[in-house]
Design a protein around this ligand. Structure first.
Ligand SMILES: [Zn+2]
Length: 251
């Protein structure tokens, strides 16, 4: 018996080594190509009582896509903290916007600094903005003007999903200027705005023929499940596919 126990405790042969785990199999999955349906060819558009301009084959007019205008009755006032009592936005944006403002107010580098410069713009207001820039003595043509301002009917601002942000203390940096990117608020937005569902429509070096606008943020929701995010994402799908925002929210 003792001999048998000793035999069990010290087997004559070591058990076979376990077989090595099979190498993982990597399967390359190519994402399906994003299909952007062509816009119907549009007739030339009359601009500023100064002439006709033909949209390009991708539907852009002077670099800008056409956008639907959200009716004024749908819009809601932006939080008073932004300091612009004319600022109206799409209601779907409001919860994320309030969270963004609250987050900025607890960061000592930008607390109380965030403000709005421009929000929803109706088509007539956009016409004033675009055409006024040509008629104000500057000798810009349509294309030059469109580098800085969208023609009426082609501004993201008409959707109500866009805010041009500014800062209360720009240190001499005027509103809607590239120097905004170097202000504390400009830097804070670049680092934090996507967390609250905002992405930068016209990043530096974009190929859309629109200048870098570090102040112009559009809301698409921090995730697809956020109420109202999907309709917003649909509005900007064409622009974001052909000319990606940066920072951009994952789709
Ligand atoms: Zn803007």
């Amino acid at each position: 018996m003792l001999a048998a126990l000793a035999s069990c405790a010290t087997p004559a042969h070591a058990p076979p080594a376990p077989a090595p785990a099979p190498a993982p199999i990597t399967i390359a999955i190519t994402p399906p190509p994003v299909v952007v349906p062509a816009l119907p060819r549009r007739a030339p558009v009359a601009l500023c009582d100064r002439g006709m301009v033909a949209p390009g084959p991708d539907g852009r007019l002077l670099g800008h896509f056409p956008y639907p205008e959200t009716p004024a009755t749908t819009l809601v006032p932006a939080p008073a903290a932004l300091g612009d009592d004319t600022c109206r936005v799409h209601p779907a944006m409001l919860p994320d916007l309030e969270r963004l403002i609250a987050a900025s107010n607890v960061d000592p580098t930008v607390a109380g600094q965030l403000r709005a410069v421009s929000c929803h713009r109706s088509v007539p207001l956009q016409a004033q903005t675009f055409c006024g820039g040509i008629a104000s003595g500057r000798t810009q043509g349509f294309r030059d003007r469109a580098w800085a301002s969208a023609p009426p009917g082609h501004s993201e601002h008409a959707t109500g999903y866009v805010i041009d942000f500014g800062t209360r203390d720009g240190g001499g940096c005027p509103d809607a200027d590239a120097c905004f990117a170097a202000t504390p608020v400009g830097k804070w937005l670049l680092a934090n705005a996507p967390r609250y569902g905002f992405e930068l429509s016209f990043p530096a070096g974009n190929k859309q023929q629109v200048k870098w606008e570090p102040w112009h943020w559009r809301w698409v929701g921090s995730g697809k499940a956020v109420p109202g995010a999907l309709p917003a994402r649909r509005v900007f799908a064409r622009a974001n596919t052909l000319f990606p925002a940066a920072p951009m929210l994952p789709r």
